[in-house]
Design a protein around this ligand. Structure first.
Ligand SMILES: CCCCCCCCCCC/C=C/C(=O)SCCNC(=O)CCNC(=O)[C@H](O)C(C)(C)COP(=O)(O)OP(=O)(O)OC[C@H]1O[C@@H](n2cnc3c(N)ncnc32)[C@H](O)[C@@H]1OP(=O)(O)O
Ligand SMILES: NC(=O)C1=CN([C@@H]2O[C@H](COP(=O)(O)OP(=O)(O)OC[C@H]3O[C@@H](n4cnc5c(N)ncnc54)[C@H](OP(=O)(O)O)[C@@H]3O)[C@@H](O)[C@H]2O)C=CC1
Length: 298
């Protein structure tokens, strides 16, 4: 397949079509993959790529209706799929999800910590509970899931692979998303700590960062702000946004036998958008203005 038509548009080429897999058929046969937030958006896209390669799935999040719909969609790709309702901010519920997974399929071999909470808000408007809500789901929930996975594998003396979905503002900071950026920085740090702690036990821990990958499940808050940023493709060095399946292919690679020596690494799938820096940038627009908010009033 040519990478680009001779007279095609500039920018990075389009990816293969939906339904294509990045690895040999059956790469994950006999493997169980647990994806948090696997009922929507990028989590569902990641789960789908594992299913196409033969994995059984456990998808976990809070809303049972969305989980049930996704379970049926994912099961149509071949494997067995269990949906587990769970708020990952509750460590007891997290343990119960692993119990349910073990009962239905055996201990998951792969954990994808994809669930997160986020909304744009100027920091001066953010309530303590808003901060807590986002950090609790994004950082604490990721730790509770990872801890449970690690403890069970250490006890069973079995190898495993953890993939933590991050965001590039873990490195750069995220004006308008201070809670999420701080939490994602913590998630990235967890990858680096736990890869070293658990390498001796055969457990890989990697990070995976999507660039802008719009999808139909985006929350109203995020979608609303995205819709205001017209011409999204032209604002990326790739001259296009990412496709959720591109994250799925990267996740399957990181968890595959072909990546056994990769751990403690965070792979960014964003067409180099986060490295876009200039000494003279576009004029500063405050977060309040970007969000269409009036002057701060206590
Ligand atoms: C500025 C530039 C814009 C550019 C746009 C580009 C966008 C690209 C972003 C790319 C990065 C994306 C990263 C992601 O993480 S996307 C994942 C997003 N998905 C989700 O968040 C799904 C789950 N989310 C939720 O369930 C909810 O949205 C919520 C996070 C709010 C959690 O729900 P929960 O039930 O736990 O919480 P509450 O509803 O009780 O609220 C808790 C407190 O938070 C306050 N809150 C809620 N929303 C807002 C808001 N929009 N602004 C300010 N404050 C908010 C709420 O009032 C509660 O606080 P109080 O008790 O003090 O009132
Ligand atoms: N889309 C993008 O462009 C980008 C996304 N990301 C990251 O990708 C990941 C997926 O995002 P995306 O698919 O876009 O967003 P979604 O809003 O579609 O996914 C978030 C998922 O997390 C679940 N979730 C949220 N809170 C909890 C909780 N407390 N307990 C259990 N599950 C929870 C939600 O399910 P439920 O409501 O049922 O609980 C939902 O399925 C996130 O980590 C996000 O930070 C990073 C950069 C860019």
């Amino acid at each position: 397949m040519p990478r680009r038509a001779v007279d095609g548009p500039p920018g990075l080429p389009s990816p293969p079509p939906p339904g294509a897999s990045a690895l040999p058929p059956g790469t994950f046969a006999g493997t169980v993959v647990l994806v948090t937030g696997g009922g929507t958006g990028l989590g569902k896209a990641v789960a789908a790529e594992f299913a196409r390669l033969g994995a059984d799935l456990v998808i976990a999040s809070r809303k049972e209706d969305r989980l049930a719909a996704a379970r049926d969609e994912l099961a149509a790709l071949g494997g067995r799929v269990t949906a587990a309702a769970c708020d990952i901010r509750d460590p007891l519920r997290v343990a119960e999800v692993f119990d349910a997974a073990e009962e239905a399929h055996g201990l998951p071999d792969v954990l994808v910590n994809n669930a997160a909470a986020n909304f744009p808000v100027p920091s001066e408007d953010m309530s303590p509970n808003a901060w807590r809500s986002v950090v609790d789901a994004t950082l604490n929930g990721t730790f509770y899931m990872t801890r449970e996975f690690g403890r069970r594998h250490l006890a069973a003396r079995t190898p495993g692979s953890v993939i933590n979905v991050g965001a590039s503002y873990a490195w750069t900071g995220g004006p308008g998303f201070a809670h999420s950026a701080a939490a994602k920085a913590g998630v990235k740090s967890l990858v680096e700590s736990l890869a070293v702690e658990w390498g001796p036990y055969g457990i890989q821990v990697n990070g995976l960062v999507p660039g802008l990958m719009p999808h139909d499940d985006m929350t109203e808050d995020i979608r609303g702000n995205l819709d205001r940023a017209h011409d999204k493709d032209a604002r990326q060095p790739a001259l296009r946004v990412g496709r959720p399946r591109e994250l799925g292919w990267a996740a399957t690679f990181l968890a595959s036998p072909y990546a056994r020596f990769i751990t403690g690494h965070t792979l960014v799938v964003d067409g180099a958008n986060w490295q876009r820096r200039a000494l003279v940038s576009p004029p500063v627009v405050t977060v309040r203005e970007q969000l269409g908010r009036g002057p701060f009033a206590e």
